[in-house]
Design a protein around this ligand. Structure first.
Ligand code: TRP
Ligand code: SF4
Length: 329
């Protein structure tokens, strides 16, 4: 029996190459080794978009296509939409009864997000409970591994504590899930900040080739390398990490050498970088176009996958209700 993995992504924007290098490549890579459940966490997005969810609703189908086009394989993994599986919210309620407020109030991402997203009203009960819903997502499938980035580690810590507490109160049922961390270089946007939809600095997977090139051209390179033949330092250049993601290892080494020795100019270096990104997105683009033309097939996949997730979640929520004592006749 393969071990169970669960992970989720919020539908707050279409996918960019930072998502690809961070989470999604990892999701694709582990599909043979684990029984993977991947979901679009639309309920989590309600925490920040409760009164304007329509703004991001379209992203759900778009991200579903993006994930298939990146290589999520439905013959191996289950790819579903969180809100379609009622057991997530049922378990969320049960877990909320055994989660001490202090665990949530101390959660570092809670404090950070309140400061970071001042344009959103986050002073609500649902937002404080964000990690409880995340725990329910994971535990309803009794997942043991959760591929996430470093930013989610504190949520997983809370998930483990909740699982432990449930097992202690009602008898062992949940594993204590561990993160499967991705170690990928940090992808910067073309303004030098972390690549993010909200900074408007991202290269999207669905960007047409000309746009990829335009965006790569905007990147800041080593500012000490003024003329083409000045030696540069790749560590001070935000284009260089993109080679780490999209180029074969020997080519990345060559770039490093050529930059340091002054043989390589930034204009050509950027062109080549854009070319590599476009090459590696080629099959993505073809698959995306296919699904855009075959929306009915896509909808059939979504329905079937929601049903697969539902079957597992329903069986488990019955057992959970049983353990808690919620059984009548
Ligand atoms: N909180 C995650 C994020 O913002 C998304 C998410 C929701 C998730 N439920 C999950 C990730 C369960 C892993 C497991 O990235
Ligand atoms: Fe960056 Fe390439 Fe210019 Fe070196 S040559 S600074 S790696 S863009």
């Amino acid at each position: 029996m393969k071990r169970v993995v669960l992970s989720g992504i919020q539908p707050t924007g279409k996918l960019h190459i930072g998502n690809l290098a961070g989470a999604i490549r990892n999701w694709v890579r582990i599909q043979d080794e684990y029984k993977c459940f991947y979901m679009i966490a639309d309920l989590h997005s309600l925490t920040a978009y409760s009164n304007n969810y329509k703004e991001i609703k379209e992203n759900v189908l778009d991200i579903y296509i993006d994930l298939l086009a990146c290589g999520i394989d439905l013959s191996k993994s289950v790819l579903f939409i969180q809100s379609e599986i009622p057991a997530h919210t049922q378990l969320h309620l049960i877990l909320s009864m055994i989660t001490p407020l202090g665990w949530l109030q101390r959660n570092p991402t809670y404090k950070e997000k309140i400061i970071e997203m001042q344009d959103k009203d986050l002073s609500n009960y649902g937002f404080l409970g964000y990690p409880v819903l995340q725990a329910a997502d994971i535990l309803i499938y009794r997942a043991e591994k959760v591929p996430v980035g470093q930013d989610q580690v504190s949520h997983l810590e809370i998930t483990r504590e909740i699982a432990r507490r449930f097992n202690h109160f009602y008898g062992k049922f949940f594993p204590e899930p561990e993160p499967l961390l991705t170690t990928s270089p940090k992808v910067l946007g073309f303004d030098g900040r972390k690549m993010s939809k909200s900074y408007n600095n991202a290269i999207y997977l669905a960007d047409p080739p000309e746009e990829v090139l335009q965006k790569v051209k905007k990147y800041v390179t080593d500012t000490k390398k003024v003329y083409k033949n000045d030696p540069g330092n790749p560590e001070h250049c935000s284009v260089f990490p993109l080679y780490g993601i999209f180029a074969p290892e020997d080519e990345t080494k060559q770039v490093d050498k050529g930059c340091r020795s002054g043989q390589r100019g930034c204009v050509d270096c950027k062109k080549r970088c854009a070319e590599l990104i476009m090459e590696s997105l080629k099959s993505y683009r073809e698959k995306r176009q296919y699904y855009m033309k075959n929306i009915n097939e896509l909808k059939k996949h979504i329905k079937e996958n929601n049903e697969k997730a539902q079957a597992v979640a329903l069986k488990n929520i019955r057992e959970i209700y049983n353990k808690v004592g919620l059984i009548y006749g």
